[in-house]
Design a protein around this ligand. Structure first.
Ligand code: IMP
Length: 206
């Protein structure tokens, strides 16, 4: 039986950790929360740039296989707002504030986007992005998850993210898709590339 690969996820958001674990459980990859450093988040319009910049700071300090994720909700009627500012907008306007901005909306289309930057042994190795299209509901529904989950319905369903159990959200989640891309890439690359073995940790690539 191959030993588990362990990835360290730099985040303070436990929901993100749970989603990441659910996304990679099938690949024999374990996700540990990495709390040794505080992520310094830059303001930028591009999620990949934000994730890459955060990763650049972390890989100077650890050889562990580590990743950071940046995400946001892009609403068509608001020309992509709040996008990379989602976290700040969630804290200030909140879900109800965003619903107010949507009162006159002719389109309720929106998408969640996620970018994941991964590095190890002091090097950036890869960045992956994914998106999930859906619509913004006129009223909050459901109590699971976090952030804008109660108002977002992904395409092909009628439930908001907040009405889904973790396993179901993982099927649609922008984050789960980006982290799955990372897992598949890593498993594929580590078969042929010895550089992908972490120096410091006891874990071993499959
Ligand atoms: P960050 O990726 O930590 O910068 O946070 C982005 C913000 O976007 C979060 O604070 C949430 O408000 C929102 N967000 C990102 N992904 C999700 C999700 O899966 N569900 C609900 N809200 C999300």
């Amino acid at each position: 039986m191959p030993r588990l690969t362990e990835f360290f996820f730099l985040t303070s958001n436990d929901h993100k950790i749970e989603e990441a674990r659910a996304a990679v459980s099938q690949y024999n990859i374990e996700i540990s929360k990495f709390e040794e450093f505080k992520k310094l988040e830059i303001q930028h319009v591009d999620l990949e740039e934000i994730a890459n910049t955060a990763l650049a700071q972390i890989i100077q300090k650890t050889d562990k296989p580590v990743f950071v994720e940046d995400s946001g909700l892009f609403i068509h009627h608001l020309n992509g707002f709040p996008g990379p500012y989602s976290s700040y907008v969630f804290e200030t306007l909140g879900v109800e504030g965003v619903l107010k901005l949507m009162e006159e909306a002719k389109t309720r289309k929106a998408e969640f986007r996620s970018s994941v930057a991964f590095g190890m042994n002091g090097k950036w190795l890869a960045t992956f992005s994914s998106a999930t299209e859906g619509t913004i509901q006129p009223k909050s529904r459901g109590t699971n998850g976090f952030g804008f989950d109660p108002i977002f319905i992904p395409m092909w369903t009628s439930k908001t993210f907040a009405e889904m159990e973790l396993k179901e959200k993982t099927v649609y989640s922008h984050r789960a898709k980006a982290i799955s891309k990372l897992a598949l890439w890593y498993l594929n690359e580590s078969k042929k590339n010895l550089d992908l073995k972490p120096k410091e940790t006891e874990t071993e690539a499959i």
